[in-house]
Design a protein around this ligand. Structure first.
Ligand code: GAP
Length: 490
């Protein structure tokens, strides 16, 4: 059994052992901050993505989904401000040559202070860092690091360079045509999915005859050359975002910002995340595109961290694409403005964005689900299990079908149950090992229901259903099984 401090390490090991997450290219010793999802992880990720997609596009009549390409015209990133502004202040340790994001280095130092009981000093350091970051005061940040003798995790020295900006976009070459100017062929791997939505704003608005306010949603990969990529899948170099841009009238942004902030928190709670594990954190230093921004934070095993961002992006993106592309990014609003009695007319819409990292949400779900349990049985002996209490509606496998023995016609009945159910939800068939061992394996994967077919089944067409969370078992008729599970997962 892992204790509080190493529960996160136990979760990471569990993810590998049960086919959730593997280090990318593990046979070559891996690639830092890049991960692969295994058979159960890929299914859980898909279920979370589908749940988000349905909530956005099916349950909101005025939100539609698109799937834009990862590669975009390079001017996109000039217009969005990412070429000039998507950078973080970095510092290098001269001895180890290791580069750190300044905020991560200072946050790590504050975490150590907190662990040593110096909470007040930690809070003061973090407050000073926030103030310096807000002013882009690099000399002040360097002084804060030096004055507190912050050390490099590798060299253990405080021998630091000056603080410098470092762009986080990955570049690659496009096409095979050689050019005199190497920059001609450069394209970027998108650092956010949002720009694919902005450049398609008019295509979707016109072809979908969308009326403001309306939203465009998208899920997909994003890439950032994160310098300090740590905490497992929390900060990756290749990750997936689920973003929605909500196009609104200029001036209504605070109303929609507050609306989406509450809606998104409620949505996370609908996934079983307790309200007390979520909080809002207003940004002090705003991104280059925002006039208001906050994070929905979750209390991860390593502390409170950003799960989702809500940003009021004004008309920055559409306005800027209009300027760079010389194509109008306007909307004609023929609703009557009560202030003037005339139609609102032509304008570049404002945008409120909701942006959640799929991998980060995955980690949230798993860190809540992972439990190591111990209890005393009726005969006085000890028992234990590791269980993933993943909400049934997103669990990778919903039902395990388990014939008690591999003979006497039980596998045949089990196969009939599989055939009846597998079209409606994900099922898993297993006949190897003792039934107790099979239950434990299903607990560890997070399968909410197991059904066991035994000799009594042949007599009365009933089976035993076992519930993962309570371990309660009850006998039900085979004919009621599928309906019961469907009711529970919906
Ligand atoms: N379009 C706005 C945008 O990209 P962001 O706050 O930079 O805003 C949004 O990112 C979300 O994407 C974050 O809240 C986080 O969940 C996720 N995210 C960002 N960087 C990430 C990384 N390196 N690894 C995993 N998830 C990341």
């Amino acid at each position: 059994m892992a204790n509080e401090t190493n529960i996160f390490a136990a979760l990471i090991a569990h993810c590998k052992e049960y086919g959730y997450i593997f280090q990318s290219s593990e046979i070559y010793d891996g690639l830092a901050a890049v991960y692969d999802y295994g058979q159960n992880g890929a299914q859980l990720k898909k279920n979370i993505r589908d749940y988000w997609w349905k909530s956005m596009t099916q349950l909101n009549e005025n939100i539609v989904g698109i799937d834009a390409a990862i590669f975009m015209h390079p001017t996109t990133w000039k217009a969005s401000g990412h070429v000039d502004n998507f950078s973080d202040p970095m510092i290098d340790n001269k001895d180890s040559k290791k580069r750190y994001r300044v905020d991560h280095l200072i946050e790590g130092f504050a975490d150590e202070l907190k662990a040593a009981g110096q909470t007040e000093k930690a809070d003061a350091v973090l407050a000073e860092m926030d103030a310096l970051l807000a002013k882009d005061d690099f000399a002040g940040l360097k002084k804060l690091i030096d004055d507190n003798k912050m050390t490099c995790a590798i060299s253990k020295t405080c021998n630091w360079t000056d603080v410098r900006q470092f762009n986080l976009m990955f570049k690659t070459e496009f096409g095979a045509v050689a050019s005199d100017n190497p920059d001609d062929n450069i394209v970027y791997l998108r650092p956010e999915t949002a720009q694919g939505i902005f450049v398609n704003f008019l295509n979707v608005q016109k072809t979908g005859r969308m009326k403001i306010p309306f939203g465009i949603a998208q899920t997909g990969k994003a890439f950032r050359n994160e310098i300090v990529a740590r905490q497992f899948i929390f900060r990756m170099r290749e990750f997936e975002q689920m973003e929605m841009q909500y196009f609104i009238r200029p001036g209504s942004q605070m109303e929609w910002y507050n609306y989406w902030k509450e809606e998104r928190k409620k949505w996370h709670e609908s996934l079983g995340i307790p309200a007390e594990k979520l909080r809002f954190h207003d940004h002090i230093k705003l991104a280059h595109y925002a006039d208001a921004a906050l994070d929905i934070e979750f209390e991860f095993p390593f502390g409170w961290k950003e799960l989702e961002g809500i940003h009021s992006r004004t008309d920055h993106d559409l306005g800027s694409h209009q300027k760079y592309s010389k194509k109008k990014m306007q909307y004609f609003d023929n609703d009557i403005d009560p202030a003037t009695g005339k139609p609102y007319g032509n304008y570049v819409p404002y945008v409120v964005e909701t942006s959640v990292g799929l991998d980060r949400l995955f980690l949230t779900i798993l860190s809540l689900a992972y439990a190591e349990e111990k209890w005393t049985k009726e005969d006085g002996t000890e028992d234990s299990r590791v269980v993933l209490r993943i909400p049934a509606k997103i669990a990778p496998i919903k039902l395990a079908v388990l014939p008690l023995v591999k003979k006497d016609g039980l596998p045949e009945i089990a196969r009939e149950i599989m055939n009846e159910c597998k079209n409606s939800f994900m099922c898993f068939y297993e006949e190897k090992d003792a039934i107790g061992k099979r239950y434990r394996r299903m607990d560890a994967i997070g399968t909410p229901f197991c059904v066991t077919i035994d000799h009594q089944t042949k007599e009365d067409n009933t089976v035993t259903i076992r519930y993962r969370d309570t371990m309660v078992q009850e006998r039900i008729a085979i004919k009621d099984l599928k309906g019961l599970i469907q009711e529970k997962i919906n």
